[in-house]
Design a protein around this ligand. Sequence first.
Ligand code: DP6
Length: 333
Amino acid sequence: MHASVVAHPNIALVKYWGKRDSRLNLPAAGSLSLTLGPVATRTSLTFGAEEDSLELNGVAVPAAKRLRVATLLDRVRDLVALEQGPAARAALGGARILSTNDFPTAAGLASSSSGFAALALAATEAAGLHLSLPQLSALAREGSGSAARSLFGGFARMHAGTRADGTDAFAEPLFDEHHWDLRVVIAVTVEGEKEVASTDGMNLTERTSPYYPAWIETVEPDVQSAMTAIAARDFDHLARIAEASALRMHASAIAADPGVLYWRGATVEVIHEVRRLRAGGLPVFFTIDAGPHVKVFTPADEVSAVVRALEATPGVLRTIVTTPAAGAHLVHG
Ligand code: DP6
């Protein structure tokens, strides 16, 4: 009836931006990511409470702001009824969830990726369910698309799938966190700015951007090329694919009506700085999610030079260094 989990966020190298089904949260195309630590979400969940409750970083989250959590818990209850019968479902009662993110505020790391990966694992474990990894990943996806990938350490690939019920829309591990000693330096450009949530941004892009179909067409070929580059640890090849994927994703969003623009001035300054560093011989590339911060990849032995250069870039407030991390896992507590 109780489980505690640690999960790390992930950053996409080939982006997820668009859904083929909103209700089941099915992605329109695949994606490919790297799970990053030491930043983490820690979640403990106990069934047997009078009603469901969620405390995030010590603050109670009202029911209206945890609809996706409620949906995921209901899905778990349905699975329990299916596996163990209706009496077992009733015996679960409410779930008391305590969750903390140790990410510094406004790090621009998708807390939904680690948050829903942690929740899916904690809830199924506490409920005594025995799900396969694809089933678990598909469950996390219903909470947040990127969460399907955070169940796995290192590099993970998300499948868009084709089935209407979404059973083939899950992530799988590609290479674990020891495959490639990379660093991802987060250049924090704005503290605490409110942005367009990624769900809203991608829905608007899909509905109104003339570039959306063109964007979606690029994704699967990019996933294939990125897998080849990662297998060979070919940094320059991965750099080309990842930057192109990020820029095309943002181009499709900027072309929405009204345009969805996540960048600030400092975001653009960092892009130019990364290009300048690369022209000077430093292996480095950037990617950007649904926010103004820039995530800069580099081999471990180049990280100090990259941190120095980014911290001297106009508009960069600070940097956070992250490393490839393990998948979501159970812990004592
Ligand atoms: C730009 O996973 O947050 O970070 O499924 O609607 O919860 P929902 O979206 P979410 O979107 C992530 C978008 C992205 C790219 C990525 O992580 O692939």
